[in-house]
Design a protein around this ligand. Sequence first.
Ligand code: G4P
Length: 532
Amino acid sequence: MKLEQEIDKRRTFAIISHPDAGKTTLTEKLLLFGGAIQTAGAVKSNKITKTAASDFMEIEKQRGISVATSVMSFEYKGTRVNLLDTPGHKDFAEDTYRTLTAVDSVILVIDCVKGVEEQTEKLMEVCRMRNTPVIVFINKMDREGSNPFDLLDEIEQKLKIKVRPLSWPINIGAQFKGVYNLYDKSLNLFSANKTKISADVVAISDLGEDALDDLVGKKDADQLRDDVELIGGVYDTFKPDIYLEGHLAPVFFGSAVNNFGVKELLETFIRIAPHPIARNTDTRLVKPDEEDFSGFIFKIHANLDPKHRDRIAFLRICSGKFERNKFFTHVRLGKEIRFSNPYSFLAQDKSVVEEAFPGDVVGLYDTGNFKIGDTLTEGEKLMYKGIPSFSPELFKEVINSDPMKSKQLEKGIEQLSDEGVAQLFRINPGNRKIIGTVGELQFEVIQYRLLNEYGAACKFQPLNFYKACWITSDDEKVLADFIQFKTSNIAYDKDNNPVFFAESSWILDTSIEKYPKLKFHFTSEFKMEAAV
Ligand code: G4P
């Protein structure tokens, strides 16, 4: 098959949601439809159970499972679907943000009872940063949720994206009767059934037909007629181009646990979702159909067995063909590397892959060569853009508990921050180390891993900062003056970029106001912008 055809048949995406909205359930149902698994419950997702909230070892064990389910690939009607899994636990949100840099589109799951939740908003912000196309799946329609029009308003308002329903529910909760597919004008009748994967679909080309009243009852049939008329008046017709630009989200309704609405979602997804497209690097735009291979590392997973220090680096292929045992250039190190055992993932099975194409993800055994964001090419010196660090929200100073092991501690912290477990900053006086994370759990994981993998014991001293943001200015003097004036609030990241640690939102806001010539960045992406 030609490279263009390989690209054309691939859809690489992630499912995102606030915990509990149904991401795991939907993932499993998609795999069932895709034939990648045979029975429900076969996929151990990397969902972290709530009871484990304080037991980080258990959490790491559960996270270990996620290597196998990091990428789930299956073929559906001639399309190769690569589904990248994301951690459900909010403390690992940064993992999810990075995974979003490796996909071409997302499916966002919303619980119809709870509506748009906190994590949904954050995830959507990340999608908006890179105009990732989004399809919305409103789940749990078998429960007493909000009115669908209100839900759509809430999505538009809170997620700042225009929506266009492509299916419409007939009633909700105990009275839920099914969905009307606005795209191909068919009626999909609901029956609560967790094992059946086919649905009763009836073509209804004209909503005026009496058959509709017979199927769902006169009251609901009339309501559907009114709703559909209103949809036509309120929402623009669906335009795939605007969806692909990331400005319009088509919406589906269903019930994942009952296999309802999932097939329509999958079929529309493969029809409209983007195949791999051109990506930006620090030097130029790289098209997927370029002959030369290129790709980047978006995730590194450590082996938790202390006897095996090896890690798995996840490579997203962006252009050309990846081949086993071929030498590629590790751009940051200026080193030629080849991979004798690259893995591809098919449901739960890992298997050695001979070749892979744009959109695919392969797992590479790594003995410490990779950092998140590293680029591999066939020699060209370019680095993929858009693997940012996000401004962390919790900060603690690292206190060495064993002065004899300070080297080990130093090395361990460096490596864990390369892996993306946390961000490391240094602050003066004394070059003290500050670790920033998005969740409390990450501190426990770091402490445990430092001790078990590096033999280094440490304690954490909580610091009362509200936010850390990178600062730059076109006027070097303004930057230098600010750094001098705020000395005790200035730290440096791994690449020695200055970072402002603000104690409160008020201090941050007034600083932004007071220093108009300074730029405050909430992700590290500005580094790449500056490099162009
Ligand atoms: P997550 O990965 O987004 O965190 O959510 P997950 O799929 O685990 O779903 C969270 C809960 O919601 C699960 O129930 C799941 O069965 C349920 N659920 C998913 N889809 C639907 C749906 O369409 N309708 C209804 N009524 N429930 C749904 P649980 O009790 O937490 O777990 P379980 O014991 O059922 O697995």
